[in-house]
Design a protein around this ligand. Structure first.
Ligand code: SAM
Ligand code: SF4
Length: 334
């Protein structure tokens, strides 16, 4: 299908990330505070509304859908939604249906996800040490996640591990994590930690570890080859020649990819964020709820895409002075 969502800078929007819940069964220190207040249920898009919303985007040329959260797999009835989306894979309109998860529920859902047409999952995992895992996620338990990863691979899903790079936390595990991923034939991506509001962390985990340093450390042990691969997002990839594996580096607020940015993000309340680094957003819930017919929604989507900023390096004044983006990642889904 020809993309219909072309922004003012002639970029086609073909990738939608959708947060289906703000809730989570973990409390990662860099993402949430221990005592979170979650949205009342009426604020959230229902599963049927999520279906309408995503289907409208797919009708407008979106080819890739990533489901995220909060933790997408704790949303009640979420498999109904995945099952419903598989019709767009069957029709060929949707090329990829995928999700980012903390892995806690994968043991239960991996086979169903595969049956719905999901072929790849991103699992966020910052450490392979039980005690450190409990500390960074507060509520998570590592063995449960490892069983989830086993289940995902057994079901035929390709797994990519996302690691938030944290100084004095997982610095010492760099090679161990890389080798573990290589042994299991999983891709690996490092994410630079973003300062996300005041999360009340007295424990001093969550400190910035530059990905340039992560890369330099890897280069000290392995031969790194830069890959030309671009996904329209903030990731850069290398191959480790010794293991053959692909490693990605995501610097979320870097702006060297803005000119090829192909994505928008929707919150679980139907707000469409046009750029991760800026506050520009449009409410799509009101036009969705106004009628059962999608015309108001489609008009609102077109209007929103018309607001997509050129990039987040062009107007830093719109961010808070210290470079923080006030919303949490669990709100926009990362
Ligand atoms: N719960 C799922 C998970 O953890 O994969 C999906 C949502 S989570 C918000 C998406 C990604 O954002 C995760 O990989 C997480 O590590 C990352 N993330 C959360 N807060 C972050 C922060 N402050 N800086 C960088 N990455 C962050
Ligand atoms: Fe939950 Fe994911 Fe945030 Fe951790 S990063 S608290 S798993 S939403």
């Amino acid at each position: 299908m020809t993309p219909q969502l072309i922004d003012p800078f002639q970029r086609a929007v073909t990738y939608l990330r959708v947060s289906v819940t703000d809730r989570c069964d973990f409390r990662c220190v860099y993402c949430m505070s221990e005592n979170m207040t979650f949205l009342p249920k009426a604020e959230l898009l229902t599963l049927e509304e999520l279906d309408r919303m995503c289907s409208a985007f797919i009708g407008l040329g979106v080819e890739k859908l990533r489901i995220t959260g909060g933790e997408p797999l704790v949303r009640k009835g979420i498999m109904t939604f995945f099952d419903a989306m598989s019709r767009h894979l069957d029709s060929g309109a949707l090329k990829e249906l995928t999700l980012t998860t903390n892995g806690s529920q994968l043991e239960r859902y991996a086979a169903d996800l595969y049956a719905a047409g999901v072929r790849r999952v991103n699992v966020s995992l910052d450490t392979l040490d039980d005690e450190k895992f409990a500390r960074i996620t507060r509520w998570g338990r590592l063995p449960q996640v490892l069983r989830g990863i086993d289940a995902a691979q057994a079901a035929g899903l390709r797994v990519k591990i996302n690691v938030v790079a944290l100084k004095d936390f997982n610095e010492d595990e760099l090679f161990r994590i890389a080798e573990w991923c290589a042994e299991r034939d999983m891709d690996l991506t490092f994410i630079e930690v973003m300062p996300m509001g005041d999360l009340g962390n007295e424990d001093r985990v969550g400190q910035y570890w530059s990905l340039a340093d992560v890369r330099a450390e890897l280069a000290g042990r392995y031969t790194l080859t830069d890959l030309a691969e671009r996904t329209g997002g903030p990731a850069r990839y290398v191959r480790l020649e010794e293991t053959g594996q692909k490693i990605g580096f995501i610097t979320p607020l870097s702006h060297n990819f803005c000119e090829s940015c192909n994505r928008v993000r929707m919150t679980c309340t139907g707000q469409l964020y046009l750029c991760l680094g800026q506050e520009d957003m449009a409410d799509l819930r009101a036009p969705l709820r106004i009628s059962e017919d999608d015309s108001a929604l489609i008009e609102a989507i077109h209007k929103a895409i018309g607001l997509k900023p050129k990039g987040h390096d062009f107007d830093y004044s719109r961010q808070q002075a210290d470079g923080q983006v006030s919303r949490h990642m669990s709100h926009t889904g990362g």
